[in-house]
Design a protein around this ligand. Structure first.
Ligand code: 13P
Length: 250
């Protein structure tokens, strides 16, 4: 198995241009001595300045969403080709905030994911259950449905071209992380579904990140789990001290 640990940071709708540039530069310096791969997903408007700050660095650039189409009349959307042109190699799709606040459903996420892949971007597909779904024992059914629908008609022959992020909605921005065992159980279930959908060797190699209140004091226990290959960090990625604490523990 060669699943290199990946720490992705989603800045959501935070940071001014100068703050984004300064933090990206600090992260790139800090990552030079870290063992994991790192990717920053800034707001669209900061991507250029972050690209400039990361020039020559091993830190990769990502985005927080993309349209399925390459161009056209899609007011307010961003084409995957535009992201490629800015130097992005990855893009988050299906984040729970997109699903909950902007009504994106699995079908739309599937289209966005396919658009990203067609443009050569690696999608980071976010899935995860709400608190109510967990409390009513629907977690595995929800995860399975999200995977089947978001990955419908998608073929994966190279496992490095797809990343899954398990982000239980109740753990996002709440300070309430899933326990290492809860996360491992979900990741192992997800890998099993991927093995049914794709070749087993592909499923074994696809990286599955955990997201939801990841911090330096819980990342080691999460990363010690067999099927957790990295983290998708939100709040703790907005300050160099907390983020450096995470990447140096991985
Ligand atoms: P927090 O780390 O702030 O909980 O956010 C997680 C997240 O949504 C990353 O995409």
């Amino acid at each position: 198995m060669s699943r290199r640990p990946l720490i992705a940071v989603n800045w959501k709708m935070h940071l001014s241009l100068s703050e984004a540039a300064a933090l990206a530069e600090a992260i790139s310096l800090s990552v030079a001595t870290a063992a994991c791969e790192t990717v920053i997903a800034p707001p669209f408007t900061s991507i250029s300045v972050v690209a400039e700050a990361l020039r020559g660095s091993s830190v990769m650039l990502g985005a927080q969403n993309c349209c399925w189409a390459e161009q056209g009349a899609f007011t307010g959307e961003i084409s995957p080709l535009m992201l490629k042109e800015l130097g992005c190699s990855m893009v988050i799709v299906g984040h729970s905030e997109r699903r909950q606040l902007f009504h994106e459903d699995n079908r739309m996420v599937n289209r966005r994911l396919q658009g990203a892949m067609a443009a050569g971007l690696v999608p980071v597909l976010c899935i995860g259950e709400t608190l109510e779904q967990r409390q009513t024992d629907q977690t595995t059914a929800v995860l399975k449905e999200q995977l089947l629908e978001c990955l419908s008609a998608v073929s994966v022959t190279d496992p490095s071209r797809l990343i899954i992020a398990y982000e239980p909605v109740w753990a996002i921005g709440t300070g309430q992380t899933a326990s290492s065992q809860q996360a491992q159980d979900a990741h192992s279930f997800i890998r099993g579904i991927l093995a049914d959908m794709f070749e087993k060797t592909i499923a074994t190699e696809i990286r599955i990140l955990y997201g939801g209140s990841v911090k330096s004091d819980n990342v080691s226990a999460l990363m010690a789990q067999a099927d957790i290959d990295g983290a998708l960090v939100g709040g703790a990625g907005l300050h160099i001290d907390s983020f450096a604490g995470i990447i140096h523990l991985v």
